[in-house]
Ligand binder design. Structure first.
Ligand code: ATP
Ligand code: MG
Length: 389
């Protein structure tokens, strides 16, 4: 028995002439993603990508889970491949479907004949297969309107395929087709969700984290790495830059008016990130900010932090309620990590009465005692890099 994974592309199909290059990127991503699970051939034909294990060492179950997280895939199926004859389809397909049909009560068969040289027409394929399935599994009933299981028989160029329906894929665009951007990642709920949302649009991620030891601990850094690991489970390895931020925070608290602490700190973060992003070939910054969530996320405060950036800042959570963000964080399995109570540098030196309607002029005045460039150069020279898988 030969099993394969059949993959249906998502939005890529709208890409017209560029479609083939998008598919090639997806195949490359799939090759990379499936490497740990054994050897397999990956090929495309007729807007479907085929994954064929080379031997039975291939870890099919885990490979399927990994496929469900590869961006660019609308749906996929675990299918039986057999010879293109009705006898072979029935002889192999009926027992193959046992597990899927055993616990179901209703089903229907859909047949597709992409290879028109096959002598039996689609409705006849469906009728014959349906009859044989009813014989083999007499507890079943046919329900054409609302079946629990849709059995598919597809006659394609390479062979005939039998499967028990499609599983929804991760959607989005293949990682790497959208260029590269830097995610500012904290240990909170929002930034991993923002990372996932932009990665889903095909963007390759680099991550930047600001650490302020001894005010923030190694545990907080570990948490960030764990969160990125979850996102990497979708988009592949992510390079993480850890920026030493203690000196800057101490200088701000020593020299600037308290109500501007957070705003000035955020301007430093954005400026440093802008530089690091440029050094790492990124073309945009990403944050987990959402309008009104905290004082530094009013539209006035966001304007003040944007003011130091030279590249676009993407904030995919900007119009979302916390509950909507939490829902995604649960889906991508970051929520339980995010709620662990380790301090972030944003919670160090927080003002009691932060400015919520700052002007750029007032912030510039408040930060004027500081030597921006020197502090930034020193922080950047202390950056350490690590790959997160
Ligand atoms: P999150 O839940 O992601 O921590 P938040 O609601 O706590 O976000 P803030 O702490 O104000 O909001 O941070 C806003 C954004 O700034 C974060 O989403 C993240 O993109 C960035 N950020 C905050 N702290 C850090 C940090 N230590 N290192 C890198 N980026 C950070
Ligand atoms: Mg935070």
């Amino acid at each position: 028995m030969k099993e394969v994974i059949l993959i249906k592309n998502g939005e890529i199909v709208l890409k017209g002439l560029n479609r083939s290059s998008f598919e090639d990127v997806m195949i490359k991503n799939l090759r990379h993603a499936l490497k740990p699970y054994g050897s397999a051939t990956i090929k495309k034909a007729q807007s479907t990508i085929y994954i064929e294990p080379s031997d039975d060492q291939f870890d099919f179950d885990r490979a399927l889970i990994r496929v469900s997280r590869v961006f660019g895939i609308a749906a996929f199926s675990r299918a039986l491949e057999c010879e293109k004859t009705m006898d072979a389809i029935i002889e192999n397909g009926v027992p193959y479907l046992k597990e899927a049909l055993e616990n179901a009560r209703t089903f229907k068969v859909e047949a597709k004949r992409a290879d028109k040289r096959f002598p039996v027409k689609s409705p006849d394929i469906a009728a014959e297969m349906g009859g044989k399935l009813l014989e083999a599994y007499p507890h079943l009933k046919v329900d054409v309107k609302n079946p629990q299981i849709v059995v598919n028989v597809e006659i394609r160029d390479f062979g005939a395929y039998v499967h028990a329906g499609q599983i929804p894929g991760a959607g989005g665009m293949p990682t790497g087709t959208g260029g590269k951007a830097a995610i500012l990642i904290s240990g909170g709920i929002d930034s991993p969700v923002a990372a996932y949302m932009m990665a889903k649009r095909g963007i390759e991620l680099t991550a930047i984290h600001f650490a302020s030891p001894p005010y923030t601990s190694l545990r907080a850094e570990m948490k960030v790495k764990e969160l990125l690991g979850k996102v990497a489970g979708y988009c592949g390895s992510i390079k993480l830059a850890i920026v030493p931020f203690t000196e800057i925070q101490e200088e701000i608290s020593k020299n600037c008016p308290e109500e501007y602490f957070t705003l000035i700190m955020r301007r430093f973060m954005m400026k440093i990130s802008d530089k690091l992003a440029r050094n790492n070939n990124c073309h945009a910054l990403i944050t987990g900010e959402s309008v009104g969530q905290v004082a530094s996320q009013t539209i006035y405060a966001l304007a003040v932090t944007d003011n130091v950036c030279t590249m676009p800042v993407f904030r995919p959570c900007i119009g979302m309620d916390k509950e909507e963000i939490v829902q995604i964080s649960r889906k991508i399995d970051t929520f339980d990590i995010s709620v662990q109570p380790y301090e972030d540098c944003c919670t160090v030196f927080t003002p009691k009465h932060p400015r919520t309607r700052p002007t750029i002029e007032a912030v510039q005045e408040a930060e004027s005692p500081l030597d921006f460039d020197q502090l930034i150069d020193r922080a950047i020279s202390g950056v350490t890099y690590e790959w997160i898988n």
